[in-house]
Design a protein around this ligand. Structure first.
Ligand SMILES: Nc1c(C(=O)O)ncn1[C@@H]1O[C@H](COP(=O)(O)O)[C@@H](O)[C@H]1O
Length: 160
């Protein structure tokens, strides 16, 4: 897989499924699965340790609450990790955001917005990373942006 999409629990799918949809729309070879630093530490280590040699170009990792998954993956691989804070029940995902974004210097996780918007942007960011070497993908990304601009321009008529 060129992009791996991982999440701490199947309960994260409401947000993370949006990343899956977008990667599918752009035709990116990817795989979505549950992987938890807390509940499956050995699996998580194995996954991270082999990621580079498996040719993975980006890992999109979603987690909620004490969201250690993205950071622990980043600690174990040099493949870029894109972290998505999942909305949590009691703290609405602010806990997830802080857990993911406040990495110590030297172990970066690119951190996105809380929830589905963050998952979408992580997928689009991965597409942008891949587009430099893939002109067809770049054209698709530009078309996506253009369609978004046209949709936004058309919104004014809804204001009555
Ligand atoms: N943050 C983590 C990790 C981790 O970081 O390893 N593993 C699971 N979780 C999170 O726990 C929340 C509740 O999970 P359950 O709904 O399964 O109880 C989920 O948002 C998941 O990402």
């Amino acid at each position: 897989m060129i992009v791996e999409v991982v999440m701490g629990s199947s309960s994260d799918w409401a947000a993370m499924g949006v990343a899956d949809d977008l990667l599918r729309e752009f035709g990116i070879d990817h795989h979505c699965h549950v992987l938890s630093a807390h509940r499956m530490p050995d699996d998580m280590f194995r996954f991270a340790e082999t990621a580079w040699d498996r040719g993975v170009r980006a890992i999109i990792a979603g987690a909620g609450g004490a969201a250690h998954l993205p950071g622990m993956l980043a600690a174990k691989t040099t493949v870029p990790v894109l972290g998505v804070p999942i909305p949590s029940k009691h703290l609405q995902g602010v806990d997830s955001l802080y857990s993911i974004v406040q990495m110590p210097k030297g172990v970066p996780v690119a951190t996105f917005a809380i929830g589905a918007a963050g998952a979408a942007n992580a997928a689009l960011f991965a597409v942008a990373m891949l587009a430099r070497e893939n002109p067809e993908l770049h054209a698709k990304l530009q078309a996506y942006r253009q369609a978004q601009t046209e949709a936004a321009r058309a919104m004014t008529k809804d204001l009555q």
